[in-house]
Design a protein around this ligand. Sequence first.
Ligand code: NAP
Length: 273
Amino acid sequence: MLSKKKIAVVGAGHIATALVGGILKAKLVEPKSVTAARRSPEALEELKKRFGIHVTSDNRKAVKDADIVVVAVKPQQAAAVLEELASSVTEDQLIVSVMAGLTTSWINRKLGKANPVVRAMPNTPMLVDAGATPLAKGAHAGDEDLELARQLFAAVGTTEIVPESLMDAVTGLSGSGPVYIYMVIEALTDGGVKMGIPRATARRLAAQTVFGAAKLVIDTGKHPAILKDEVTTPGGTAIAAVHELEAKGLRNVLIDAVVTATKRSEELSKAAG
Ligand SMILES: NC(=O)c1ccc[n+]([C@@H]2O[C@H](COP(=O)([O-])OP(=O)(O)OC[C@H]3O[C@@H](n4cnc5c(N)ncnc54)[C@H](OP(=O)(O)O)[C@@H]3O)[C@@H](O)[C@H]2O)c1
């Protein structure tokens, strides 16, 4: 379905560049079907050289004739950019927003149009094609719109369809989640260093342990508690550590982290209006 579509990307920064790279690598669309817009001429030239796509610093020109418009500016730049696009966007264009905390109805209001809007909340592992992207459709979007948006993000990782009411919660889980895991990797590394392992070795071991454990959960489909039970030998090392982690409240602290980040996302969303 995507192969025949023209895609415009407004706000071609980190997230949008990773997305464009992914969809081109997956050959979902040809470079000539993609137009990227941002203000910096040097960055646009770089994008053109790297991907062979069209580039422009004129947002209105970028969206002209596009079937799909991906909006990836920072949330604080969104109102100005959407108001600028309002006169150029036509109601048959699918708007895909990766902007945190901005609802589909807010986007429709800023555009002053009943476009189909799909929200996506990717995370930065999409830079290495290992992203997790929940997507939600707005009131004017249909299943076909949602599927088109899903295919874009499937090029850079896995996708989940959720109701829009869960967008703050997924922001608190997978959107912000890589940060929690970086802290876990850092702490495991420090633990290894404390026990005498050279730092570089400890970091590689810690990161691969997180990666391997996640891969085992994903590939086997087994409940993590079963995988945990399978490796906790009676009287062994892992169960001794489990006791310590439970006593110090590892699960509680991670649950609270997701709750707190979700609430913060709700607050930011409300502040946007
Ligand atoms: N980073 C994450 O983990 C993450 C995860 C999920 C969602 N998001 C969302 O993704 C969005 C982009 O984040 P990012 O990390 O990719 O930020 P970013 O690298 O700063 O990208 C935003 C881009 O927007 C461009 N821009 C600013 N004003 C513009 C304008 N008036 N017209 C056209 N382009 C404009 C900027 O380029 P110029 O200065 O050259 O114009 C910049 O390259 C945000 O809304 C964020 O909420 C981020």
